[in-house]
Design a protein around this ligand. Structure first.
Ligand code: PGA
Length: 254
């Protein structure tokens, strides 16, 4: 099945108002025509600011996290999916390894956020990935399967007809060390096979993007893999020209 490529920008906790607005404008100008679904995920306080340049463009807005609580109420500091939609977002990252590692988000907590995102009408970008110790211990596939199974158990397989999966090996994030195209392909194929046990059609149609030190010079070889449907880009998304080169590399494989 032909899956339209998707490339998402994860700005993490970088920039200020002026930086974010300029980067959003430049990104829209250079990525709109690539034949790729582009999602920009700025820091949450800049969502409405970035929504301006994005409106009317083909680029979508995403958040980097959300509360697992669906209903509004007494939850100091939390932001729910309905609020993200109200700010113009259509997507939200859940389960990024930085939150799993530093905010204690385990597979069940991530599954609750995935479910909350979908209940609000957002498309979750579910991050999964193994640590270096898990890879060295030959536990990569078991770890990925457990991360995915927790979400399937909570949300059901049908939920993956409106979700994106991001395979992000923890050892490749922000390290300059990228998974080889073969390593990425093997992990993506394993993820798809896990979903196919429950529903082959959904497994075939879900987009699985790769994240972890994607740069303009390695993007094309990663995106050339049959099960790699785009990327989740951290560091390189902070430079409009680099991000555009990556988006166009994905477009070349659509
Ligand atoms: P990176 O980050 O591209 O800087 O490695 C990717 C991510 O964390 O989503």
């Amino acid at each position: 099945m032909a899956r339209k490529p998707l490339v998402a920008a994860n700005w993490k906790m970088h920039g200020d108002r002026a930086f974010g607005e300029a980067l959003a404008r430049e990104t829209v100008a250079s990525c709109d025509d690539a034949g790729v679904d582009v999602v920009i995920c700025p820091p949450i306080c800049y969502l409405t600011l970035v929504a301006g340049p994005l409106s009317g463009s083909g680029c979508a807005l995403g958040a980097q996290d959300l509360s697992p609580v669906v209903e509004s109420g007494a939850h100091t500091g939390d932001i729910n999916g309905a609020m993200l939609i109200d700010c113009g977002a259509s997507h939200v990252i859940v389960g990024h390894s930085e939150r799993r590692a530093t905010r204690g988000e385990d597979n069940e907590a991530v599954a609750a956020k995935f479910l909350a995102a979908q209940q609000a009408g957002l498309t979750p970008i579910l991050c999964v990935g193994e640590t270096l110790a898990e890879r060295d211990g030959e536990r990569t596939e078991a770890v990925l399967e457990a991360q995915l199974d927790a979400v399937v158990a909570a949300a059901g397989i049908a939920a993956f007809s409106r979700a994106v999966i991001a395979y992000e090996p923890v050892w490749a994030i922000g390290t300059g060390r990228t998974a080889s195209p073969d390593q990425a392909q093997a992990a993506h194929a394993a993820l798809r096979a896990t979903l196919a046990r429950d529903d082959a059609r959904i497994a075939d149609s879900v987009r699985i993007v790769y994240g972890g030190s994607v740069k303009p010079d390695n993007a094309a070889s990663l995106f050339a893999q049959p099960d790699v449907d785009g990327g989740l880009i951290g560091g390189a998304s902070l430079k409009a020209a680099d991000f555009a080169a990556i988006v166009h590399a994905a477009g070349g494989h659509s």
